[in-house]
Design a protein around this ligand. Structure first.
Ligand SMILES: Nc1ncnc2c1ncn2[C@@H]1O[C@H](COP(=O)(O)OP(=O)(O)OP(=O)(O)O)[C@@H](O)[C@H]1O
Ligand SMILES: [Mg+2]
Length: 225
């Protein structure tokens, strides 16, 4: 936690989760990172820019349960740059879940963000979208040259014999000049179980390795230059 607090201090982070593929874990990461930063004391807003509203509903459910720390949350659609500008005056940090398509929300969010995190599973049908994602991201980089862009390999197989898949997925990302985080997520039931309860891997408390994963992702992303 101290490392996360140190990385957060004095800066404003606007972290966008996006991509071209459904299901690699954008909402899962948005939610777990939001809780991770909140538990580190951050003043944070979660914006759900995906019409599916997965993260908005998750945060709403947390409040309805009344047992977990509240994550301020809002929905936004279309060109969300004005919303981000406005919310950035009221909150220290913002996490934006942009859904799995090239949308106006994603394009506009990328122009305002400090960090763009793009999850990919180590599977061909995810990695095939790297080319399209690269083109989209270059566009963002031209209007927001300070944007820090990282991919993350998610839902990795836990079998040691499958480790090459993770290495290959990172190499595939790097071959499109999209730098992968060293940190990954492995396939763990707790991600799904926690989401089901409106909670996070930190609060679910059944899998310390998942907690370590999320903290490692947070630190590496916040410290990325
Ligand atoms: N590391 C993981 N291990 C196991 N399950 C995971 C992991 N990451 C995500 N999941 C599960 O995979 C499913 C899809 O994840 P999630 O909804 O976060 O993806 P998404 O990228 O937001 O999808 P969409 O494009 O539909 O918005 C969820 O049920 C989630 O709990
Ligand atoms: Mg989602």
């Amino acid at each position: 936690m101290a490392a996360i607090q140190k990385a957060l201090a004095g800066d404003q982070f606007i972290i966008v989760l996006g991509g071209e593929k459904g299901g690699p874990g954008k909402s899962c990461l948005a939610q777990n990172l939001a809780v991770c930063l909140k538990l580190a004391g951050a003043d944070i807003l979660l914006i759900d820019a995906d019409p599916q509203a997965t993260s908005y509903d998750w945060a709403h459910e947390r409040d309805a349960l009344g047992k977990l720390v509240s994550i301020p949350h809002e929905k936004a659609h279309g060109d969300i740059s004005a919303t981000i500008k406005d919310k950035a005056k009221r909150y220290q940090h913002i996490i934006i879940d942009c859904g799995g398509a090239d949308s106006q929300a994603l394009r506009s969010a990328m122009t305002m963000a400090t960090h763009l995190l793009l999850p990919f599973r180590p599977k061909r049908r995810d990695l095939r979208t790297l080319e399209k994602v690269e083109a989209l991201v270059r566009l963002a980089a031209s209007s927001n040259p300070d944007l820090i862009i990282r991919t993350i390999i998610t839902q990795c197989p836990t079998l040691p014999s499958q480790v090459q898949r993770i290495v290959d997925a990172k190499d595939a990302s790097a071959s499109f000049e999209l730098q992968p985080l060293q940190a990954v997520t492995f396939t763990r039931n707790v991600y799904d179980d926690a989401e089901e309860d409106g909670s996070s891997v930190m609060e679910h408390g059944t899998d310390p390795k998942a907690v370590e994963e999320i903290q490692a992702i947070a630190i590496e992303l916040l410290e990325a230059k």
